[in-house]
Design a protein around this ligand. Structure first.
Ligand SMILES: [Fe+2]
Length: 275
């Protein structure tokens, strides 16, 4: 319950921040904010209806969530240089991953939305949490490309140069210990899940409304915010296990990539997200 109330408080702060950005908001954005704010001010039931939106707004910085004034989603700034995660993630992989792969998801997402005028102006979370109701002609494109945009926007923020990394502590560490007894056990289980993803996908540490943690994997560019994904929850940490995330340095050795990535996980951000 404490985590839930903390989430509500954090969400109120975020909606206030959003109101202060009025000059950059379109009508659709205001509608979304109004709906969310009313949910916070209302009953728990009302909030739970908008839970995906509430979780998602606090999950990534504001820039990539909404399309720009021209209606197009934009590549969010990378919060560090391409070589900042060396030697665990090499600079060339980071550059290609960010400038080519992530940009391609955005370009294709924008192309799909251009074909569906009713979807224009919506936040990426609004799109991903209502895939079932999207027009058939763009449903899979928005699921795959929109998922790619959200997932990578999240991923850049959940990584950090090793010199900036702090060990997980506080409530998040307590929850990890409660679920897996030790951080090492958690790492083992997470790596097992990540290496077990067949083909391309993601491994996530997610929290439910009560703060209970779990490790979830999703195929392709799916994530736990999507209405079409059975395992829902708030992403606290996530790792891209597509080969494009590690092939130049680690070739086909996904396990070695997963071993390395623990050196550059931004636990400060993860702790902020967990609350
Ligand atoms: Fe990727």
């Amino acid at each position: 319950m404490q985590n839930y109330l903390t989430s509500i408080a954090a969400y109120k702060a975020l909606t206030t921040k959003l109101y202060n950005m009025k000059s950059q908001q379109k009508n659709s954005r205001r509608d979304f904010i109004m709906k969310s704010t009313l949910a916070v001010a209302g009953t728990v039931t009302a909030l739970s209806i908008d839970w995906n939106d509430a979780l998602a707004v606090s999950s990534v910085d504001m820039a990539p969530l909404f399309p720009g004034d021209d209606g197009a989603f934009k590549l969010p700034p990378l919060p560090y240089s391409y070589n900042a995660l060396e030697p665990y993630i090499d600079a060339r992989t980071m550059e290609i991953h960010y400038t080519k792969h992530h940009q391609a998801y955005i370009d294709k997402l924008n192309a799909a939305i251009a074909k569906a005028p009713d979807q224009q102006g919506k936040s990426i979370e609004q799109l991903l949490s209502s895939i079932n109701s999207l027009p058939d002609a763009v449903k899979m494109q928005i699921r795959n490309q929109g998922g790619g945009h959200w997932n990578h926007s999240f991923f850049w923020q959940i990584l950090a140069p090793k010199s900036d990394v702090v060990a997980p502590s506080g409530r998040l560490m307590e929850a990890i210990a409660q679920q897996w007894q030790s951080f090492d056990n958690f790492k083992t289980e997470f790596n097992k899940a990540g290496t077990g993803v067949f083909g391309s996908g993601w491994a996530w540490l997610v929290s439910d409304k009560n703060g209970k943690l779990s490790i979830i994997t999703t195929p392709n560019q799916d994530n736990t915010l999507m209405d079409v994904v059975a395992d829902k929850g708030k992403p606290i940490m996530g790792v891209d296990v597509w080969e494009h995330a590690y092939y130049l340095k680690h070739q086909n050795k996904r396990g070695e990539y997963l071993d390395d990535i623990w050196n550059v996980i931004n636990w400060k951000k993860a702790m902020e997200l967990y609350g």
